[in-house]
Write a protein that binds this ligand. Structure first.
Ligand SMILES: C[S@@+](CC[C@H](N)C(=O)[O-])C[C@H]1O[C@@H](n2cnc3c(N)ncnc32)[C@H](O)[C@@H]1O
Length: 192
């Protein structure tokens, strides 16, 4: 039974899968694949100038986690860019159905760049000296790799006004940029 994880081994889930398979004596064969982790290179920010990637979950009325803020702060202190992966909520059982023991699911939801920025700015407001502000340069990327992919560079404030269309979306918060990176970003710069 050759196990072929679809993606490169870059996240805990992938490594965990391999470790458990090997412990069970299952043969593991890695088939390398494209990933947002390298496809994001399209915007011209150099991959080796990124710090730790963060995931931004949807806020709810009662759950507003902000642990990713510290990672963004550390990255920016080191002058590194931060790739923000945005929440996907698919096949989430409704609260009602959980209570009734019946399987009903919420409609699928994919976080937009706009929602991610709103949440990031909400967190920034709770910090005295935030690691980023609405004037921080970012790059919004939607549907990378598809014919209608969208890449726009601009401040958080500017990107908030852009409709990036259908999922999937991700966001890069820039660190210290190299002149060549700036030249590349100019091709994507938002003109509003
Ligand atoms: C849990 S991550 C896993 C990504 C996938 N396993 C990979 O390595 O490409 C999913 C998130 O990555 C980002 N993402 C994946 N593919 C994307 C694409 N083509 N364009 C923009 N963002 C993408 C989105 O933020 C999405 O919510």
């Amino acid at each position: 039974w050759p196990l072929q994880p679809r993606k490169i081994l870059r996240a805990t889930t992938h490594t965990d899968l391999v470790v458990r398979a090997k412990k069970m004596g299952v043969e593991v064969k890695i088939v390398h694949n494209a990933s947002v982790m390298n496809a994001v290179g399209i915007c011209g920010l150099q991959l080796y100038r990124y710090g730790e990637t963060v995931s931004i979950p949807f806020f709810t009325d009662t759950w507003r986690p902000d642990s990713f803020y510290e990672k963004i702060r550390e990255n920016r202190n080191l002058g590194l860019h931060t790739l923000c992966l945005l929440d996907i909520r698919v096949k989430e059982p409704t609260l009602e159905s959980l209570c009734r023991g019946r399987k009903d699911y919420e409609p699928p939801r994919y976080m937009t760049i706009n929602t991610a920025i709103e949440q990031l700015l909400e967190i920034a407001q709770t910090r005295e000296e935030s690691a980023y502000t609405e004037d921080t340069e970012c790059v919004g990327l939607a549907r990378i790799g598809s014919e209608d992919q969208m890449v726009v560079a601009g401040t958080m404030k500017q990107l908030l006004l852009i409709d990036f269309g259908a999922p999937l979306h991700c966001l890069v918060i820039t660190g210290k940029t190299h002149p060549l990176e700036e030249e590349m970003l100019d091709f994507y710069r938002c003109r509003t």
